[in-house]
Design a protein around this ligand. Structure first.
Ligand code: CA
Ligand code: CA
Ligand code: CA
Length: 480
């Protein structure tokens, strides 16, 4: 049984991208974008909204119901699909318990370790840290310093004191029209929570991130959970090749976190009547592979529909299952507030599947129904029903413009940034590591949880921060 008061299962709604007099089409050339593509678009009276030369991807706009047909008829592009806006963050769990009191920690002096988390106000409620032994990684010299993580999401609250020093504002960007990267709707701010799971500061405020010294690049591609394909593709390309969008090449990310996704079956339904769903899949796969070629590791959430994608032969998770990235399932203890430490228990909502999951990671859950879980727990200066403490507490936007607030949330949206954080720990400690190295070391350092060996829920295992740190430091590239 799901705890329905905390489960917001948003309906997946397709919105026509544009009225009949203007249609946006996502296009993919067979190789790079050249003159013939420019010419084909102008020949049929279209305009180029944006293009990325090296990947051969772009969005073109035209008028009239027949514009798409005319574009296809030019045969200039290998794939094309009319843009759609969909909800990329369905099934998120959010506890109603949000802390707006601005409580900060005690300011205990650091005792020699690289990171001293114990004096951060909400750190004692962040069970994910003991679960994956982040202290072991920090004490081993891995802090994330030097690693850059792009958060493709609905926006970052850049004034939050647990995040402000880690955000690279000059490189942060929005691909949602009329919206700056640091703006979102609602009071929760999903992107802020995700970013602070990666790199929440070691600073007395809120909790501590997995890689507290990593740099964060905010890339707004969603608004209230919804976004267009054009925005998602732009975000991935920007974080992989900012120069392609006119930005400083130094804005490139090492890791892209995408706590978003839809099962591909949904995607195909949205576009099926027009026969363009497969084209969308081909285009986004191309872009995921482009990011990989640019040496960027893409970390995606597996989704929160409790679906076994090993049995879903007719459906894929987009973008998690496409290209060369990694998709992450979620785990959580059941009754941590009352003493449980079964951290690697599969979360009740997490998608899974033989070919879907690379590794599992803490994501939280609201699945404890014992009488003890309905009692009140008092932990880290907070007081809530004990089941709340199975969720993941991290920074969020508070009411009234609070810059110190924390929220509990659960989802594969929370598990993905744990892995992005671990990847940042490795990359920061050993900048020579390639995307492929990071992916392999995540696998090699993971704990073998669940069924022995590779299994359908944990994939190659449950992520292990301290082992990943050691492996990164010890890594010697194979001799060619
Ligand atoms: Ca601290
Ligand atoms: Ca903090
Ligand atoms: Ca296993």
């Amino acid at each position: 049984m799901k705890r329905s008061t905390t489960l917001l299962l948003a309906a997946i709604v397709a919105v026509a991208a544009a009225p009949a007099y203007a249609v946006d089409v996502v296009v993919q050339a067979s190789s790079t974008w050249g003159k013939k593509h420019d010419n084909a678009v102008s020949r049929i009276g279209g305009e180029i909204v944006w293009k990325h030369v090296e990947s051969g991807t772009g969005v073109v706009r035209g008028s009239g119901d027949d514009f798409y047909a005319k574009l296809v008829k030019t045969k200039a592009f290998k794939y094309s699909a009319r843009d759609v806006t969909i909800n990329w963050q369905p099934g998120l769990k959010v506890s109603e318990s949000r802390i707006d009191d601005g409580f900060v920690g005690d300011g205990v002096v650091a005792n020699g370790g690289a990171i001293f988390p114990d004096d951060d106000a909400r750190y004692p409620a962040q069970w994910a840290h003991p679960a994956i032994d982040t202290s072991g990684a920090w004490d081993g010299g891995c802090t994330g310093a030097g690693a850059r993580v792009a958060i493709l999401d609905g926006g970052l609250y850049d004034l939050h004191q647990d995040l402000d020093a880690q955000i690279d504002a000059a490189c942060s960007v929005s691909f949602v029209g009329g919206q700056p990267y640091n703006n979102d709707t609602g009071t929760f701010w999903h992107g802020t929570h995700v970013a602070s799971i990666v790199a929440g500061e070691d600073n007395l405020i809120s909790g501590v991130g997995i890689a507290p010294e990593a740099d964060i690049i905010g890339v707004k591609v969603l608004h209230s959970g919804s976004g267009s394909f054009s925005a998602i593709l732009s975000g991935i390309l920007y974080a992989s090749d900012p120069a392609g969008f006119g930005a400083d090449p130094g804005c490139k990310a090492d890791i892209i976190n995408m706590s978003l996704g839809v099962p591909g079956g949904v995607l195909r339904r949205e576009a099926a009547s027009r026969g363009e769903g497969a084209n969308f899949l081909a285009i986004i796969t191309n872009i995921m592979n482009y990011a990989a070629r640019q040496n960027v590791l893409v970390v995606s959430s597996a989704g929160n529909e409790a679906i076994d994608f090993g049995q879903e032969t007719n459906s894929v998770v987009v973008p998690g299952q496409l290209g060369n990235g990694v998709a992450i399932s979620a785990t959580a203890p059941v009754g941590w507030g009352t003493g449980a430490t079964d951290y690697d228990t599969p979360a009740s909502y997490s998608n899974f599947g033989e070919d879907l999951i690379w590794v599992s990671a803490p994501g939280g859950d609201a699945n404890c129904y014992t009488a003890a879980c309905d009692e009140t727990c008092n932990i880290a200066g907070t007081s809530n029903p004990c089941w709340v403490y199975d969720l993941y507490i991290a920074a969020c936007r508070g009411s009234g413009g609070s810059t110190t607030s924390s929220c509990w949330a659960a989802g594969t949206s929370m598990a993905a940034p744990v892995v992005s954080g671990v990847a940042a720990l490795m990359k920061g400690a050993n900048p020579a590591l390639t995307r492929a190295d990071l992916k392999e070391l995540l696998k090699d350092s993971a704990w073998d949880s669940g069924a022995p060996g590779h299994d359908e829920f944990h994939g190659h295992g449950w992520v292990n921060a301290s082992a990943a740190c050691s492996a990164a430091m010890a890594f010697v590239p194979p001799v060619e």
